[in-house]
Write a protein that binds this ligand. Structure first.
Ligand SMILES: Cc1cc2nc3c(=O)[nH]c(=O)nc-3n(C[C@H](O)[C@H](O)[C@H](O)COP(=O)(O)OP(=O)(O)OC[C@H]3O[C@@H](n4cnc5c(N)ncnc54)[C@H](O)[C@@H]3O)c2cc1C
Length: 228
């Protein structure tokens, strides 16, 4: 074991907590997963911002995922994991099955929380689905609107079938989904709304820049980059 991995394993022993996989549902094609997990040590009742957890996906390798659809009484939640690309996180998510143990080394808030005095527009790619489900749960009756870019046509159909909300699935045309999202912001009214942007970091940056060039401006833009 390398010194780095020894340190990580010591940290894991000190801070690592576990969850138990209750169920895994794969979308078709099986590159997107809904993972129901019981996390007995998570204090979900205090959450007022969207959270993220750092999960061990391989020895010494950690990735961030968003707990969504949580239930305080049972300490359960669902992780929505995009595994279309090659990576240790994708490999781990694709291998998960009922009864597996998940090790995580922390839960923390993101910058995103609901806004009560403006419309909320949510933009991102498939890695953002859990994040916006969590934001919608915090926003309660106030509906989020917006768009998620999805490359697979069948995934877009499943998105519309499984998720009962006002965020739409739009066809992803490039790596981070920029062109579809740019088209969406140019054809929808953002005036006085709070715009949330998540997902591919260069796309988030470019999209924020594009919004700044529009004639009418939202109240604020809140960016939370996920990956690059
Ligand atoms: C606060 C936060 C919350 C997050 N929540 C979620 C979540 O709920 N669900 C979720 O799926 N992801 C989420 N992510 C993103 C996730 O942590 C990253 O996508 C992570 O890099 C995936 O790890 P990997 O090992 O699969 O790929 P990596 O080893 O990190 O990357 C391998 C290659 O794949 C590319 N890549 C990485 N992620 C993606 C992607 N999503 N789509 C296309 N290409 C990609 C990279 O550019 C790289 O070339 C979150 C990230 C953050 C910071």
């Amino acid at each position: 074991m390398t010194i780095k991995n020894k340190v990580i394993s010591l940290l894991e022993n000190a801070f690592g907590k576990t969850g138990k996989v209750l169920e895994v549902r794969a979308w078709n094609p099986a590159t997107f997963f809904e993972v129901d997990v019981h996390f007995p040590d998570m204090k979900m009742e205090k959450w007022d911002k969207v959270q993220h957890i750092k999960v061990r996906v391989a020895e010494g390798i950690y990735r961030d995922y968003t707990p969504a659809c949580w239930d305080v009484e049972t300490s359960t939640c669902t992780l929505f994991i995009d595994a279309q690309h090659e990576g240790p996180g994708s490999k781990w998510a694709s291998s998960l099955k009922k009864g597996d143990t998940i090790v995580y080394v922390g839960v923390g808030p993101t910058f995103h929380q609901p806004t009560t005095n403006s419309a909320m527009i949510s933009l991102g790619d498939m890695s953002s689905i859990g994040h916006y489900l969590a934001l919608q749960q915090l926003a309660k009756e106030q509906p989020l609107v917006g768009a998620i870019t999805i490359a697979e046509e069948h995934h877009r159909r499943e998105f519309n079938e499984y998720l009962d909300w006002n965020i739409g699935a739009i066809a992803q045309q490039d790596f981070g989904g920029y062109s579809a999202l740019a088209n969406w912001i140019e054809t929808n009214d953002l005036t006085t709304a709070t715009v949330y942007i998540t997902g591919h970091i260069p796309t988030c940056v470019q999209l924020r820049k594009r919004i700044k060039q529009l004639n009418t401006q939202p109240k604020s833009i809140k960016v939370q980059g996920f990956w690059q």
